[in-house]
Design a protein around this ligand. Structure first.
Ligand SMILES: NC(=O)c1ccc[n+]([C@@H]2O[C@H](COP(=O)([O-])OP(=O)(O)OC[C@H]3O[C@@H](n4cnc5c(N)ncnc54)[C@H](OP(=O)(O)O)[C@@H]3O)[C@@H](O)[C@H]2O)c1
Length: 325
């Protein structure tokens, strides 16, 4: 038997149960990973609340973790028992001591990257990889706006943008978060709970505005984000921390300057083994060179996953959070 978090109905953190379950044997093409650390992500909250439907209930939760291979299924050739690995995709159920998933979603960890760092970096770091290197291939010299710059994804984005020579303006909700984002390389910060974001962006850019806006806050920031773009700029809406963006009239893109918009996801970019490996090697190179370091600002026992999610949803966390089985 192995411990895991599951939920039988959607709702608040109280629906999460810490249970003993028989481990799932790996089928053909699958591996079982013994997690040393599990990554906490906002998307886990969307599944728990039902904003994103789980494939069935009761369901496990979480898609990010790192540890050692415990068992391999038939036909798995690249991985062996005892290998140190990490993953950020696949079926829900990473909030567990043991997680079984397709081997093609699992990458081997370089010696220099420990499991806690990997669990804190995989999903968020691969996301930053595709957002900064693929969705809009930044060359250096651009100015971008990044909401929630002191969060898990945001902390990595600030450092990666600095490494690329990109001016990242980060929004945050407190002076402490502003200091963190600036320490990570944000070129400037704006407190979007107190300041007029559009006016501040205008001042900071001398009226030029931004090449790209990366918006994971969603409902609350959608329209002001469009107002921070240059003509023909790109709006990247990649999350719903305040609720989903709905009912958009496409005409608004015309009115605000012939804008582009995209709504990407990690699964839409790391959609083949080759692409996952290439993105992971880019991320690992950034970690190994020290250009990106991972701030694990919160650690919770796996049993307290609900408490950890409450802190994340309540804007009480900074950097990455991991759960320890
Ligand atoms: N599409 C993708 O591929 C993809 C992949 C990974 C993550 N994401 C998205 O990226 C975002 C960041 O994920 P994360 O796990 O790193 O979380 P996070 O940034 O550590 O936490 C979310 C942050 O959003 C800000 N926020 C603004 N309004 C909020 C509200 N009403 N409720 C809660 N938070 C609010 C808060 O920062 P302030 O206090 O500074 O406002 C909060 O700390 C999430 O929206 C997530 O869904 C998308």
């Amino acid at each position: 038997m192995a411990k895991r978090i599951q939920f039988a109905r959607t709702g608040g953190p109280e629906v999460l149960e810490f249970v003993e379950a028989a481990p799932v044997e790996p089928g053909p093409g699958e591996v079982t990973v013994k997690n040393q650390a599990v990554g906490l992500n906002f998307i886990d909250i969307y599944f728990r609340t039902g904003l994103y439907p789980a494939p069935g209930l009761p369901s496990g939760l979480g898609t990010e973790g790192a540890g050692t291979v415990e068992a391999v299924g038939e036909g798995v050739e690249d991985l062996a028992v005892g290998d140190r690995v990490a993953y950020a995709q696949g079926p829900l159920g990473a909030y567990a001591e043991l997680h079984t998933l397709p081997a093609e979603k699992v990458v081997t960890l370089p010696d220099a990257i420990d499991c806690e760092t990997a669990a804190a970096a995989m999903l968020k770091g691969l996301t930053v990889q595709y957002l900064l290197r693929q969705t809009y291939p930044l060359q250096g010299g651009e100015t971008i706006l990044w909401h929630a710059a002191a969060g898990g994804v945001g902390s990595i984005a600030c450092q990666w943008a600095r490494a690329l020579g990109v001016k990242l303006i980060g929004t945050v909700s407190s002076p402490e978060k502003a200091a963190l984002a600036e320490g990570n390389g944000a070129w400037a910060t704006i407190d979007y709970t107190r300041e007029d974001v559009v006016e501040r962006v205008r001042e900071l850019t001398g009226g030029e505005m931004c090449d790209v806006v990366y918006d994971s806050v969603g409902k609350d920031t959608w329209e002001l984000s469009l107002d921070c773009l240059k003509k023909r700029g790109l709006m990247v809406s990649f999350g719903n921390a305040s609720g989903p963006v709905e009912g958009v009239n496409l005409g608004i893109l015309n009115q605000k300057g012939s804008l582009y918009v995209t709504r990407p996801s990690l699964n839409g970019y790391a959609d083949t083994r080759e692409r996952l490996e290439s993105m992971a090697s880019d991320l690992f190179a950034m970690l190994e060179s020290g250009q990106v370091t991972i701030d694990i600002a919160q650690r919770y026992p796996l049993a307290e996953a609900g408490k950890a999610q409450e802190a994340l949803a309540g804007r009480k966390t900074t950097g990455s959070t991991i759960l320890i089985p």
